[in-house]
Design a protein around this ligand. Structure first.
Ligand SMILES: C[S@@+](CC[C@H](N)C(=O)[O-])C[C@H]1O[C@@H](n2cnc3c(N)ncnc32)[C@H](O)[C@@H]1O
Length: 244
C-alpha cells in the first residue's frame, strides 16, 4: 500500500467528530501523524485513547487498531465517514467507555504503538499510560499528545528521567518514546530510577545557590548583631573616659 500523501489526505478531509471546533476535529500537529506513519505498517497492532484524524490514519494504514473513547456519537460519525469513503475498517475495534475504566480490563495483543490523546485532566494521561502502555512490546512506541498541558507534562517529566523510555522525537505539542522494557508497569518505588537519579545540573545549581544565599543571610544577621553590640558598648564606655 502506498502511503505517499496519506497524512495530507487525512488532514484535507478530516472526520467531523468533535463539537465546538470549526474544523470538526481536535487534530494534533501534522508532524505527529507523519511520525506515526513512519513507525507502523500494515498489520501493526496499535492502540489509542481518544478518536479523530489519528483513528482514520490507523485505519487507512491497515493497522489492527483499538480505539478507546466514551462518546458513542464519535464512533458512529467516524464509522459513517469510513463507509462513505469506502475505507476498510474491519480491523478497527472501538471500545466505548472512559479509558480509566476500559484499559485496566482490556485484552489486546502486544502493541507496537500507543497514542495517548484521550482525557487530559490530571491524572488521566498517567492512568492511560499505566494501564495502556503495559501492553506495549519491548521496542514499541509511546506517543503523548498535548505536552503543552501541565497535566501531561507530569507524565513526560517522569518518562524523561527513566532510561527504560527513550525519547524518539519531540515538538512543543507531542513527544514519542521507545519502550525498553515489557509487561506490567507496576513496581516498587526503590526500582524507579526517575526518582533516585541525581538531579539535573540546573536543579543542583539552583539548590546550591539557594543554600549559599541562606548562609550569607545568616552571616549578615550575625555581623549586624555583633556590630550593634559593639556600638552599644562604645556608647556606654566612651574611649575618652576609658573602660572600667
Ligand atoms: C484531542 S481529541 C483526540 C484527537 C485525535 N487523536 C486526533 O488525532 O484527531 C480527544 C478525544 O478524547 C476523547 N476522550 C475524552 N475523554 C476520554 C476518556 N476518559 N477516555 C477516552 N477518550 C476520551 C474525546 O471524546 C476525543 O475524542
Amino acid at each position: 500500500m502506498s502511503t505517499v500523501g496519506l497524512v495530507e489526505e487525512c488532514l484535507q478531509d478530516p472526520p467531523q467528530v468533535h463539537k465546538g471546533i470549526a474544523t470538526g476535529v481536535w487534530a494534533t500537529q501534522r508532524t505527529c501523524y507523519d511520525f506515526i506513519l513512519s513507525k507502523v505498517t500494515d498489520g501493526s497492532t496499535t492502540l489509542e485513547t481518544g478518536l479523530g484524524v489519528s483513528t482514520v490514519l490507523f485505519a487507512r494504514l491497515g493497522c489492527s487498531h483499538t480505539c478507546v473513547v466514551p462518546a458513542q456519537v464519535e464512533i458512529d460519525n467516524v464509522t459513517a465517514y469510513f463507509d462513505e469513503r469506502g475505507i476498510e475498517h474491519e480491523n478497527v475495534r472501538f471500545v466505548t467507555g472512559f479509558s480509566d475504566e476500559v484499559l485496566p480490563r482490556l485484552k489486546i495483543d502486544p502493541v507496537d504503538l500507543f497514542l495517548i490523546d484521550g482525557a487530559h485532566g490530571y491524572p488521566a494521561p498517567i492512568i492511560d499510560w499505566f494501564y495502556g502502555a503495559q501492553h506495549l512490546r519491548r521496542g514499541g512506541t509511546l506517543v503523548l499528545d498535548d505536552i503543552q498541558l501541565r497535566q501531561v507534562q507530569a507524565l513526560d517529566a517522569f518518562l524523561q528521567k527513566d532510561p527504560r523510555w527513550v525519547e524518539l522525537s519531540r515538538t512543543d505539542k507531542w513527544v514519542a518514546y521507545r519502550r525498553e522494557s515489557e509487561g506490567s508497569l507496576r513496581e516498587a518505588e526503590r526500582k524507579q530510577p526517575a526518582f533516585s537519579a541525581p538531579d539535573s545540573l540546573r536543579d543542583q545549581i539552583l539548590q546550591t545557590t539557594e543554600t549559599a544565599l541562606r548562609d550569607a543571610k545568616t552571616v549578615a544577621r550575625k555581623v549586624k548583631y555583633r556590630l550593634r553590640r559593639w556600638q552599644g558598648n562604645r556608647r556606654r564606655w566612651p574611649l575618652s573616659r576609658g573602660r572600667p
